[in-house]
Design a protein around this ligand. Structure first.
Ligand code: PLP
Length: 439
């Protein structure tokens, strides 16, 4: 096959001009590896983009998608529904945190976030609290790229220069390297950062606040686990002030933490939960918003009869092909025990392997939880104004490792099927790449 013309696809979140000079093409993928067009194997320590939790190119999912496409390629989800999608929603509901057994399908994490915002809003109106319109998010948080999610963005580059809502406040960033460097699992220090939430509520008035949205573990912002007690206190404050709590589990969902959801892992139940990515192993675009049944009921009770209870949704929401992929993915999740695998020996192996990197002089922090990991390199703004992560990430690719750079951090989220030997390979390649770039 001839090389593709690189001029026409404007890739997302990509330095396109740089890419055209030095393209990183991925042509094939299997298990924990991706392959360049010339056949070079690269270890994928990011599970694609935190989504390929079952490993790449699972035959059962491919077969299910093929069968579904031949049986019924598409069915309109507005005023109609396909059995396969109802079956998948029921399957998901069986795993939902207590009460969150109503699932609104979307096509992405970004759409899940917008949907959650709208449902939260509609619910407040439905119960006569139309004044509760403000949202509270958190610095360093990532909630997708649509206008609602952009407004909730705690990562400045993803927000600045774009149109945003003006009804959002931010909680303080949880990353506190001086206090928590090299913590294993949850860090000890930081639950007191929620004092800022109490202050915000006092300042804005609980009667004006619709919802707080957080990632239970920060993902795209640099993989930051919550301090011990933080999520429990967050739940308590939201309940006390009659404010909805939304967990954005687009990254933490589907086995990443060692439980099916972080909400279950940490024993903290939100009112609404956004998901996407690994919902069907990252194979067919799909997201799902898990909503507490009482919230749905209140919205239904307040809606006029004979019309949609919510005037919202997407053409491909709950597409039969995506749902068929999801059912096949869950067969694998269940059969291979992947939804809890990260809580077992492989999670401990991952933690130990990651923390063995501590002797590298350029590292100022290592973080881990479940099958999530991050290292932070000492910043060097004079030499690397965009962060030290990018040159190391570029070198990793050349050394056969696909990882992800966030400023001075490298973040990891391997496929949940990863083996001990593959973890060892990752550690060796990352160590080598840091040495190649930083000496
Ligand atoms: C926590 C979180 N929310 C939302 C999104 C947006 O998802 P998508 O890229 O599928 O729109 C992401 C994507 O990485 C995410 O990490």
């Amino acid at each position: 096959m001839t090389d593709p013309n690189l001029s026409h696809w404007w890739q997302p979140f990509t330095n396109v001009r740089g890419f055209r000079q030095n393209p990183r093409l991925i042509a094939r993928a299997e298990g924990c590896f991706v392959y360049t067009p010339d056949g070079r194997a690269v270890l994928d320590i990011t599970a694609g983009l935190w989504c390929v939790n079952l490993g790449h190119s699972r035959r059962e999912i491919a077969d299910a998608v093929h069968k579904q496409l031949l049986e019924m390629d598409f069915a309109p989800p507005f005023q109609f529904g396909s059995p396969v999608t109802f079956r998948f929603a029921e399957k998901l509901a069986g795993y939902a945190p207590p009460g969150l057994d109503r699932v609104f399908f979307t096509n992405s994490g970004s759409e899940s976030v917008e949907t959650a915002m709208k449902i939260a809003h509609v619910w407040q109106r439905a119960r006569g609290k139309a004044g509760k319109t403000r949202f509270i998010a958190r610095e360093r948080g990532y909630h997708g790229v649509n206008v609602g999610g952009t407004s909730l963005q705690g990562i400045p580059n993803n927000r600045k220069g774009f149109p945003t809502l003006d009804n959002v406040d931010f909680l303080p960033d949880l990353l506190d390297i001086p206090a928590n460097a090299f913590s294993r699992g949850l860090p000890q220090q930081g639950a007191n950062k929620l004092d800022a939430l109490e202050k915000l509520i006092a300042q804005r008035g609980a009667e004006n606040i619709c919802a707080v949205i957080v990632e239970p573990i920060v993902g795209a912002g640099g993989m930051v686990p919550p301090p011990v007690g933080y999520l429990q206190r967050l739940r308590e404050i939201c309940t006390r002030h009659d404010i909805l709590l939304i967990f954005d589990e687009v990254v933490t969902g589907f086995g990443r933490t060692g439980s099916v959801f972080a909400a279950i892992e940490f024993g903290v139940t939100p009112d609404i939960m956004t998901t996407a990515k690994a919902i069907n192993g990252g194979t067919v675009p799909m997201g799902g918003v898990f909503v507490h049944r009482d919230i749905q009921q209140a919205i239904f009770d307040a809606a006029p009869t004979g019309v949609p209870e919510i005037f919202h949704g997407n053409t491909y929401a709950g597409a039969p092909v995506a749902a068929a992929a999801g059912l096949a993915a869950f067969e694998i999740y269940e059969r291979e025990g992947l939804l809890t695998r990260a809580a077992g020996p492989i999670g401990r192996y991952w933690e130990d392997a990651l923390h063995r990197l501590r002797d590298i002089p350029h590292l100022i922090d290592i973080r881990n939880y479940g099958l999530l990991g991050a290292v932070t390199l000492a910043p060097d703004p004079a030499k690397y104004p965009g962060g030290v992560g990018v040159p190391v990430h570029n070198r990793c690719w050349e050394n056969g490792l696909l990882c992800r750079a966030v400023g001075d951090n490298l973040v990891m989220s391997p496929p949940l099927i990863i083996s001990e030997a593959e973890i060892d390979l990752f550690v060796a390649r990352l160590r080598q790449s840091i040495r190649d770039v930083l000496g």
